[in-house]
Design a protein. Structure first.
Length: 131
């Protein structure tokens, strides 16, 4: 199944500095993004959803601006095409001071399913950060 890029933007009522720890730390991500998140000594992140591990590596990061996680294939599977990834970007409107979370989800999921997933995840993030 081929991957495709899904992009969505969500308004947050919290500063980038307040939100960023929820995007780049295991404890922050576990509060809204996954059932649990762990990092091993090789800096491989384990995102746990429905008792299944999904391995990822933090491949890009800029403090208070963005993170990018590239999901690693199962060692027993043949790699075909690009690795799925999730990029989370924080942008602030200079005039209004409003913070936006831009989600780029490159995966095999379809857009209809992803919009529901991300709306629910961001709703939880908003409740967590109070915005």
């Amino acid at each position: 199944m081929a991957n495709h890029k899904f992009t969505a933007e969500f308004e947050l009522r919290a500063s980038s500095k307040m939100v960023f720890p929820y995007l780049n730390t295991p404890s922050g991500l576990a509060q809204w993004f996954a059932d649990d998140v762990q990092v091993d000594e090789d800096k491989v992140y384990y995102f746990i959803w429905d008792n299944q591990n999904h391995r990822a590596r933090l491949t890009a990061q800029k403090l208070n601006h963005y993170v990018k996680f590239e999901f690693l294939p199962d060692p027993t599977e043949e790699v075909i095409g690009d690795h799925p990834y999730i990029e989370l970007r924080l942008d602030t409107n200079e005039l209004t001071g409003t913070t936006f979370l831009k989600v780029i989800d490159y995966s095999a999921e379809d857009d209809e399913e992803l919009i529901d997933i991300w709306e629910n995840l961001v709703h939880t993030l908003r409740e967590t950060v109070g915005g």
